[in-house]
Write a protein that binds this ligand. Structure first.
Ligand SMILES: [Zn+2]
Length: 371
């Protein structure tokens, strides 16, 4: 690698499609007629404890209203309780350890930055993460999802037309990539630790409730590393294990793909899919697309991995619900409005683009494109 230090924010990419919106609507209307009543009034997920009692029911369909459907997924009430109680507990402890912090100190990023309190902010992140994990130990989910995504990637790569040597190389990149927890980042010794701790506080903030993720090659390290902020995991607290794992598959697969971009130059091999996606977004010029292509490709492959994960789900409505769940993280990361980000499409574009991959044809959302 020429670059000793690479990092890409997870706020990844997807694209828009105006041309097939009409067809999608026609399909959705037919589906609604066909299933008269059955779907009306349901939220995108059937998860009973994820829907607050006073939640206004939204009738949506993934084909017709991708963003609304994906973003209608609710978290369980316990998630907010863990965030609030964990943060309070950590802040109390932080003030004990650093008595110079005033009673009014709230632990916001602005406060840490204004006071140049780097050591305190890192300690707050450490304490917050530990407090959250006392109630929901997401480390197990991370490791399980990592093993699953590595397995799915290995199958995906094996099924490709790459040479045996290249297949071996890519699988090795995926299998050597680690997902580091906050405690691992802070407590252990490894090459590039300084850079990693800065990434952790800048992305996850002192209380760990930031919602970003990062894929990096740290200075001096021989393998890739992925950081997912505790805030992303806490959204899943109180859900079934299957739902929690499914919620993390696409996010992690997206970050893993960045490692292939860093270490195996995979984009060159995706020229056809890239062109197809580009053609499906006539509203954007080439320049707009080019700077976002890396993220778009990461999303596209992550979508293929997700569809492989959900292969056994045959019921269409269930499949749409599972996909909505898996894409919900795209509703909670900072949005890249046009002109605002040179590397990512908007979250809505990213959600819509998943429906364009050829593996999503089973959802029968209109007639294409199939990239
Ligand atoms: Zn990304």
């Amino acid at each position: 690698m020429k670059k000793a230090f690479l990092t890409v924010t997870v706020i990844s990419a997807v694209f828009t499609l105006v041309a097939c919106a009409k067809k999608d609507s026609e399909y959705a209307a037919k589906m609604r007629q066909k299933n008269a009543g059955a779907q009306v009034g349901q939220t995108a997920t059937n998860h009973k404890d994820g829907v607050p009692k006073n939640e206004k029911k939204i009738a949506t369909n993934l084909c017709e209203k991708p963003k609304e459907t994906v973003c209608a997924v609710q978290e369980a009430p316990i998630a907010e309780t863990i965030r609030k109680e964990g943060r309070e507990k950590a802040l109390t402890q932080l003030k004990k350890e650093f008595p110079q912090l005033s009673a009014e100190f709230k632990g916001t990023s602005e406060e840490f930055q204004a006071g140049k309190l780097y050591k305190e902010e890192l300690r707050f992140l450490h304490l917050s993460d530990a407090a959250y994990r006392m109630i929901y130990n997401y480390d197990k989910d991370i490791q399980e999802t990592k093993a699953l995504v590595q397995k799915l990637y290995a199958e995906h790569i094996q099924a490709s037309t790459l040479s045996d040597e290249e297949k071996k190389r890519q699988i090795s990149v995926i299998n050597s990539t680690d997902v580091m927890s906050i405690s691992q980042i802070i407590e252990t010794t490894y090459p590039g630790k300084n850079a990693m701790t800065i990434l952790a506080t800048s992305n996850c903030e002192g209380d760990g409730l930031g919602l970003r993720a990062h894929s990096s090659l740290l200075p001096g390290a021989s393998a890739g590393v992925i950081l997912i902020c505790p805030g992303q995991f806490l959204k899943l607290a109180g859900k079934d294990k299957d739902d929690r794992i499914t919620s993390l598959v696409m996010l992690l697969a997206h970050e893993m793909y960045h490692q292939l971009q860093f270490q195996a130059r995979v984009d060159v091999q995706d020229a056809e899919a890239s062109k197809c996606l580009r053609n499906s977004m006539p509203e954007h010029d080439n320049k707009y697309f080019e700077t976002r292509e890396r993220e778009a490709m990461a999303d596209m492959t992550a979508g293929r991995i997700l569809m492989a994960h959900l292969k056994a789900v045959t019921d269409l409505k269930t499949k749409q619900d599972r996909i909505s769940l898996a894409m919900n993280w795209l509703c909670h990361i900072p949005d890249a409005h046009e002109g605002d980000s040179a590397t990512h499409f908007t979250n809505e574009e990213r959600i819509k683009n998943l429906l364009k991959i050829k593996e999503a044809a089973v959802l029968t959302c209109g007639e294409g494109p199939r990239c």
